[in-house]
Design a protein around this ligand. Sequence first.
Ligand SMILES: [Zn+2]
Ligand SMILES: [Zn+2]
Length: 386
Amino acid sequence: MPIRNRFAELHDEITAWRRDIHQNPEILYETHRTSALVADKLKEFGCDEVVTGIGRTGVVGVIRGRSTGSGKVIGLRADMDALPIHEATGVEYASKTPGAMHACGHDGHTAMLLGAARYLAETRNFDGTAVVIFQPAEEGGGGGKEMCDDGLMERFGIQEVYGMHNWPGKPVGSFAIRPGSFFAATDQFDIDVTGRGGHAAKPHETVDPTVMTAHLVTMLQTIASRNADPVDQVVVSVTSFQTSSNAFNVIPASVHLKGTVRTMSTGMRDLAERRIRELCEHVAAGFGGKAEVTYHRGYPVMVNHEDQTDFAADVARRIAGDCGEAPLVMGGEDFAFMLEERPGAYILVGNGDTAMVHNPEYNFNDEAIPAGCSWWAGIVEERMPG
Ligand SMILES: [Zn+2]
Ligand SMILES: [Zn+2]
C-alpha cells in the first residue's frame, strides 16, 4: 500500500497548517496558540472527544472506528513545541517571534498527525479506537511525562503508543527504525568544587580549585575510556567551567562545572552517575578540597518494543517499499516516558537533504507529509482492521 490518495489531496492544506504553526512557534509549555489550533481542528474533523489541559497544554482527540468490538485502543503522539533559536532559513513563512523557531520539525509532526486525524475521522475504517496525542515541552520540559502523570494512558485506555520524528539526511519520505534502545537517557550534572582562594603569587597558601577541577575534568573522561564496556555507549561532556574569580591575580575559592551524560542503558546510567560521584569525592580530597555533585536525571533511555517495532516497520515498508535500520541517537526524546508506560514504537521519517535539527537553518520538509500521514493511518487501519 503506497501513499494513501487522500493525503495527496490534502497535501496543500496540511502544508498550510504546518507553515502557519511554523510562523507562530511556542516554547515548552507555552504552546497556547498551537494547542488551541489543534483542539479547534480536531473538533472540526468530528473527533468523538477532544480534551485539553492534559499535561498543562497537551491536547487529546479520540476517534472511534466504525466498530469498536476489538476493544483495541492505539495512541499516536506528536510534539508541538519549538526551540529558543533565532530562525535563519529566510523562508517567507519564517518565525514571527524573534528567538523562537520550529527547528526540530515539531510543526511538521503536529500537522501530519492532524492530517491523519482528519482522515481517520472521515473514513473510520478500523475496528477500535485511535487516540491522537499532542504534547507540549518535548525539548527538555518533559511534557510527555506530564501527560502520563495526568493519567493519559489510563484515562483513554491506551494499549499501545506510536511516535515519529523527521530525520534530516535521509531521503524524504523514507523510513528507518530500530528495536530496543534507540534514543539516549539525557542527564545533567552540576559540580561545586571548593578550595581556599588567595593571592595568585602565593599558591602554597591556597587550595587551588582551578587546578583541582582541571584534573577532575580530565578524570571524568576515564568513565567512557576506562570504566564503560567499550561496546556500550556513554558520553560525559563537561560544558561549562566557571571560577569564582575573574581577576588575573586571584586564585578563586570555588569552581562551578556543568555537563551532560548520555547513556543507552540503565546499567550504564547508574555506572556514570556513581563514577562521577566517586571521582569528585576522591579527586577533590586528594587536593584538600571538596566537590559536591548534583545529578539530575532527565529523560530515560527510549526503548522501542520488539513486536510494535516489527509492525511499525511493516507499515512503513508498505508505504515506502523499504524501512531502513536507524542509528542509535545520543540525543534524548521524551516519548521514552510513554514507551515506559505502554508498548509501542518510534520511527524516523526522512526529511531529505536539509540542515540538522536544532540548527537555525533547519526546516521541516513538506514533501514528507504524505508518507508521514500514511504511516499514522496505516498504524491504525492495519493494527485494528475494520
Ligand atoms: Zn529537538
Ligand atoms: Zn524533536
